[in-house]
Design a protein around this ligand. Structure first.
Ligand code: GDP
Ligand code: MG
Length: 442
């Protein structure tokens, strides 16, 4: 795997800690191979590797990670970013039914996905209706009806025996039907060919123009590999879409198509379909896909742990130093707050300070945004004020409030809180020291 190979690449510089140009080049080669193995399209690989190299060059040497881990972390972060960062949610229509249209090649998994999506929506108390607008293949309507039955969702289809229907008319009628029968989501299944086909592309575009979907989803087989880029681009030009759905992720494809498509089109991958069962469907998770592409989930867990314990050690060091010197300024207060944010929870760090466990309850209700406000206020103070908050009188408070865009009462509250925290520190220092800590000399 990539992590093994990277570990080999960096074997010789364990403990050296700095990434040289040669190291970065060697790493880039390994990443390139790994991405190609995952079936990422070549132009995407090139661009990606260049971006990673660039970032690796500018990166500060980490105290927490070895160079191999550091590079893997960069690669992973870049992957997650391209794959869409946070998962994008479906956009629902403000009034009337939400219209979702599916487009993609034949065999991509549209008809299957239509039913899976309907079931998923039903589980969220939506009342979807499926629309059979693939009138190309003889069995397409029936296939959707069978799938609809499996998930207990009605299917709107042209009456049988009417000859070859007009899919644009069917789609249009389906919306009217949904309005009348109070279905709140309309999922339109469309036709596709094995190859890209100008006539069918135009049909899909006509359906789109007729019903103005809230979401057009491009459905694509994850096994498509290197072809993903061309197909995705052709559908983008021919029909246009807002999001991507990857299917057949239960196969052994490593998911390079996801990266190729997201990177070339800039469209978010929204859902992942991974199996023949109707419940084999979920929101797409960029982080999971990134580790699938790189094939190194374990390495990522390790990195996370290494960083966490490094952060914790740093915080503990800072706390101990504070207790030793007893010199607690507003700068220390701010630093503490920032550390807390980094660690994610107040209670965690306070729990690490010996003797602080008792304050945990009170601190657990701490509001994260509060840290931003505190930071703004403290940063509006002069260095002298931060060192010696006693000098912060009325006129200084007014100036600080104005500078930070807060009220004077906020400044008052902060200063009060600071003195309380300081008192807390002091009392822990007196009376024979802190339980569990060696006695402090002097
Ligand atoms: P369409 O032509 O785009 O409508 O594709 P279909 O929904 O008819 O799917 C084509 C084939 O792929 C069918 O045999 C499906 O059962 C199968 N299929 C669809 N989605 C998945 C999936 O997530 N995993 C697997 N293994 N097969 C799938
Ligand atoms: Mg179909």
């Amino acid at each position: 795997t990539l992590s093994d190979r990277l570990a080999d690449t960096f074997k010789h510089l364990r403990g050296k800690g700095k990434l040289s140009e040669a190291d970065i080049d060697a790493t880039a080669r390994e990443i390139r191979i790994a991405l190609l193995e995952a079936d990422v399209a070549l132009p995407v690989v090139k661009e990606f590797v260049a971006a990673v190299k660039e970032r690796a060059r500018g990166e500060e040497v980490s105290g927490a990670l070895n160079p191999a881990q550091q590079v893997v972390k960069i690669v992973n972060e870049e992957l997650v970013t391209i794959l869409g960062g946070e998962t994008r949610r479906l956009r629902y229509a403000k009034t009337g039914p939400t219209v979702i249209m599916l487009a993609g090649l034949q065999g991509a998994g549209k008809t299957t996905l239509a039913a899976k999506l309907a079931l998923w929506l039903k589980d969220q108390d939506k009342t979807p209706v499926l629309v059979a607008a693939d009138l190309q293949r003889p069995n397409a309507v029936q296939q959707l009806q069978v799938n609809g039955e499996r998930v207990g969702v009605p299917v709107f289809a042209p009456a049988p025996g009417n000859g070859v229907g007009d899919p644009v008319a069917v789609a249009r009628e389906a919306i009217e039907h949904a309005k009348r029968t109070l279905h709140d989501v309309v999922i339109i299944d469309t036709a596709g060919r094995l190859g890209v086909d100008a006539e069918l592309m135009k049909q899909a575009a006509d359906i789109r123009d007729a019903v103005q979907p809230d979401e057009v989803l491009f459905v694509v087989d994850a096994m498509i590999g290197q072809d993903a880029v061309t197909t995705a681009q052709l559908f983008l030009d021919g029909v246009g879409y807002d999001g991507v759905v990857l299917t057949k992720l239960d196969g052994d494809a490593r998911g390079g198509a996801a990266l190729s498509i997201a990177s070339i089109t800039g469209k978010p991958v929204m859902f992942a379909s991974a199996g023949e069962k109707m419940t084999d469907f979920d929101l797409f998770h960029p982080d999971r896909m990134a580790s699938r592409i790189l094939d190194m989930g374990d390495m990522l867990t390790l990195i996370e742990q290494a960083e966490k314990s490094f952060d914790e050690a740093e915080s503990r060091k800072a706390a101990e130093k504070l207790l030793e010197t007893g010199d607690f300024t507003l700068d220390d207060f701010l630093k503490q707050m920032q550390q807390i944010r980094k660690l994610g929870s107040m209670s965690k760090i306070m729990g690490m300070l010996p003797g602080m466990g008792q304050f945990r309850d009170q601190l657990e209700n701490f509001d994260e945004r509060e840290i931003d406000r505190i930071q703004a206020i403290i940063q509006s103070m002069t260095p002298a004020e931060r060192d010696n908050p006693k000098i912060i009188d009325g006129s200084r408070r007014a100036r600080i409030a104005k500078g930070s865009g807060r009220q004077v009462s906020d400044v008052n509250q902060l200063v009060d809180r600071f003195f309380e925290a300081k008192k807390m520190m002091k009392s822990m220092m007196g009376g024979g020291g802190v339980p569990g800590m060696p006695a402090i000399p002097g």
